[in-house]
Design a protein around this ligand. Structure first.
Ligand SMILES: [Zn+2]
Ligand SMILES: [Zn+2]
Length: 351
C-alpha cells in the first residue's frame, strides 16, 4: 500500500474525481488533466519551477479540453504556460504526448522523449502502432477472424497522430540541467520500449506509467522476436529502486512516498504472474490458448472483445518471459525450443 504525499489527492482519486492541482514539494506541482471518455479519468502532468523557466513532465491528450484545462490550472497556481521551456515526455502514448507540439508553438519549449519511443525510430524498427498491434495479434495464434475483429476495433479508436518531432531523444541515461534543478533521464522500458523516468536529484522520480501507486503495470506490445517487456520491467524497477528517491510521481492515480517498498510490491506482483503462467502453459500453447485458461475477473467468454484484446496482449508478454526464463533465473527455463522458433511460427489458425 503506497503512502500518498497528499491525502486530498489520493482521496479524490479514490472517489473517482479529478483532483485539484497540488504542490508535491516546494516548486513541484501535480496538475491532473481530465481525460474525457477514458476510464483513467485524468492524467497527471508535473510542473517544476527552475531558474531556467518551467519544466513540464508529460503533456496530456491532444484535445482542446485538455489544453484548456491545463492552461486554467497553470494560471490557478500563478504560473504561465509561455514560461515553459522544456517538456520531458515519459513515453509515447496519446495521453502523455498530447499537447507537447502545441506547447512548443506557444512557448518555444524543447520536447524530449526516449529514443526508442521516437516515432521516427519506432517506425523504422517496429512500424506504426497499428502495424505493431497486427504483428502482436498474429503472434498470439488467435484464429484469423479474431485477429481481424480485434484489429478492426483498434483501427476505429486509434487516433494517435504519429508526427511529433523531438528536440532531444536520449538513448541512455542523460542529465538535463535547468538552472538549479538537475533531472536525470533514465530509460525504463517495460510499459513501452522507450519509456523514460526522470529523476529530480532533490529526491523525486517522475515515473510515467511504469509504477503507479497501486495495481499492475501494463506491459508493452510484443511485436518483434526479441521483445520481452516483463523482463525489461524487472530491470527498470531495479534501476528505479537504486535511484533512492523519496517520492514517486506517477502519471495516473497519485504521488506517493514509499518508493522502494512499492518497487518490491510491483516486482513481486509481476513475478507472480510469470510464475502462474509458467505453471499453466503447456508446450505448443500460443497466447490465445493461454489467455483463455488464465483467471480474469470474469470468464473469458463473458469479457468484451476490447478487454479480451488487452488481456491477450498481457498473456503474450508474460508467455515471452516464460519462454526466455533463463534470462531471469538459471533454473527457470521451461521450453526446449528457442523462443524465436516458437514465435516465428505460431500454430496455423491458433488454438
Ligand atoms: Zn502509457
Ligand atoms: Zn498513461
Amino acid at each position: 500500500m503506497s503512502i500518498p504525499v497528499s491525502e486530498l489527492h489520493a482521496a479524490s482519486y479514490r472517489a473517482r474525481q479529478v483532483p485539484a492541482p497540488t504542490e508535491v514539494v516546494d516548486g513541484v506541482w501535480a496538475i491532473p488533466v481530465p481525460l474525457h471518455g477514458s476510464a483513467l479519468r485524468y492524467v497527471t502532468v508535473f510542473l517544476i519551477d527552475t531558474a531556467d523557466g518551467l519544466v513540464l513532465i508529460d503533456a496530456g491528450y491532444d484535445h482542446p479540453s485538455c489544453w484548456q484545462s491545463f492552461q486554467r490550472c497553470v494560471g490557478s497556481i500563478g504560473r504561465r504556460v509561455d514560461a515553459i521551456t522544456a517538456v520531458l515526455l515519459t513515453h509515447n502514448h496519446p495521453d502523455h504526448v498530447g499537447f507537447a507540439d502545441h506547447l512548443r508553438t506557444v512557448s518555444g519549449a524543447q520536447v524530449v522523449m526516449g529514443r526508442a519511443d521516437d516515432f521516427a525510430t519506432m517506425r523504422q524498427r517496429r512500424g506504426g502502432f497499428l502495424q505493431q498491434l497486427r504483428a502482436a495479434l498474429e503472434l498470439t495464434g488467435a484464429p484469423p477472424e479474431v485477429v481481424d475483429a480485434m484489429y478492426a476495433d483498434a483501427v476505429e479508436v486509434a487516433v494517435h497522430d504519429e508526427s511529433l518531432r523531438l528536440d532531444h531523444a536520449p538513448a541512455g541515461e542523460t542529465t538535463f540541467r535547468f538552472g538549479d534543478v538537475t533531472l536525470l533521464a533514465v530509460p525504463t522500458p517495460g510499459h513501452t520500449y522507450g519509456h523514460t523516468v526522470y529523476f529530480d536529484t532533490r529526491g523525486l522520480v517522475f515515473t510515467g506509467d511504469t509504477m503507479m501507486a497501486e495495481g499492475p503495470t501494463q506491459l508493452a506490445i510484443v511485436s518483434r522476436p526479441d521483445d520481452d517487456p516483463a523482463a525489461d520491467l524487472f530491470r527498470s524497477l531495479a534501476r528505479i529502486r537504486a535511484l533512492d528517491a523519496g517520492i514517486a510521481c506517477p502519471a495516473h492515480q497519485f504521488p506517493y512516498r514509499d518508493v522502494a517498498a512499492r518497487v518490491d510490491e510491483l516486482t513481486a506482483l509481476h513475478r507472480g504472474e510469470v510464475e502462474a503462467v509458467r505453471d499453466l502453459v503447456r508446450d505448443g500453447d500460443g497466447a490465445w490458448t493461454l489467455a483463455q485458461r488464465m483467471t480474469w475477473k470474469k470468464p473469458w467468454a463473458e469479457l468484451g472483445r476490447g478487454t479480451q484484446r488487452f488481456h491477450l496482449m498481457h498473456a503474450l508478454a508474460l508467455l515471452r518471459t516464460v519462454d526466455t526464463g533463463p534470462l531471469l533465473s538459471p533454473a527457470a527455463g521451461r521450453r526446449t525450443s528457442s523462443p524465436a522458433a516458437t514465435w516465428a511460427a505460431p500454430p496455423a489458425g491458433g488454438a
